[in-house]
Design a protein around this ligand. Structure first.
Ligand code: ATR
Length: 294
């Protein structure tokens, strides 16, 4: 049980909608485990309320907040300072408030790389295929390029968006071989040369559309490690397809847990017990899966 009193330090999450967020479970379990008098609350914020919401965080002496869909980009213009990783990615998912000033960070990047390390995948020199070109793809591509990937191919339903992302990051990472394409069978067949890692960053396959798969049915998956950032369900159609093909898979829980861990560190200066936070996330996902099947 968390005991909230006059000395409790507050953090929360700004997003819209927030009914499915797992972050309160994760952070409150970590506060409790470390005996910290902190609490993490959902702060549902409509797009037109985002500026006021930051002012309210300051008014109520919040220590910081996470930022999720759809505010990760829009929030940037209202912050006092933004760290270089978040600026390069063009998205903030964590705010810290110190002495009344707001600081923006992006911990998705760290979370993604940690999830690869945890799975013993070394991105250095790797050839990577990214499905999607939205905010999550941006953080993923940036992480891989910064970690020394040899090649990054970005394939997206809207091919112009993939081209834009590649164009944007190409100048910064001159040593990475960038390419782009669409998610059609024709393009992905062309992409059927050597890849070490394939990452789904799209929302395809997420509950409730669990039967959907970003990878076209008529094309075999290349021989690569397959990662899905979707964690609800834990085993997406895409990961099932990869497993059936005998490929190694990485689910989205590692990234969720580690982006949260980094945010926790930024706020509290302490490392959260990731075994505890992972356990509560997995338990919640199980509960939700059971509810869906009932
Ligand atoms: P996020 O910040 O979670 O990445 P986003 O910026 O809205 O969210 O990006 C969503 C991504 O999922 C995009 O790459 C989007 O493709 P488009 O750019 O073509 O919109 C992709 N996506 C969403 N629904 C999709 C679908 N049904 N089929 C294929 N891609 C889809």
């Amino acid at each position: 049980m968390i005991h909230i009193n006059g000395a409790t330090k507050l953090v929360g999450i700004l997003g819209w909608p927030l009914s499915h967020t797992l972050s309160p479970y994760m952070h409150n379990a970590a506060f409790q485990s470390l005996g910290l008098n902190w609490a993490y609350v959902p702060l549902p914020t409509a797009p037109e309320q985002i500026k006021d919401a930051i002012g309210s965080l300051q008014t109520f002496n919040f220590m910081g907040a996470n930022v999720t869909v759809p505010h990760k980009q829009a929030i940037m213009r209202y912050l006092d300072e933004i760290d270089s990783v978040a600026r390069n990615i063009g998205a903030v998912n964590t705010i810290a408030i110190r002495h009344g000033k707001t600081f923006g960070y992006n911990t998705d990047c760290y979370g993604f790389l940690e999830s690869l390390i945890e799975a013993n995948f070394d991105p250095k020199g790797a050839r990577c295929l990214i499905l999607g070109a939205g905010g999550a793809a941006r953080a993923t591509v940036f992480s891989l390029a910064q970690a020394g990937a040899a090649a990054v191919a970005v394939y997206n339903r809207t091919v112009e968006r993939a081209a834009f992302l590649v164009d944007d990051l190409q100048s910064e990472f001159g040593s990475v071989e960038f390419s782009f394409g669409s998610l059609t069978s024709e393009d992905l067949r062309v992409a059927d040369h050597h890849f070490d890692l394939i990452v789904n960053t799209t929302s395809v396959g997420m509950t409730p559309a669990v039967e959907t798969n970003p990878w076209p049915k008529d094309i075999p998956l290349p021989n690569a490690v397959v990662c899905d950032l979707v964690y609800n369900p834990l085993e997406t159609q895409f990961l099932q397809q990869a497993k059936a093909a005998g490929l190694k898979t990485i689910d989205g829980v590692g990234m969720l847990v580690h982006q949260g861990a980094k945010a926790f560190e930024i706020w509290t200066g302490q490392s959260p017990p990731t075994d505890v936070t992972r356990r509560v996330v997995l338990k919640q996902l199980q509960v939700r899966e059971k509810q869906t099947n009932e």
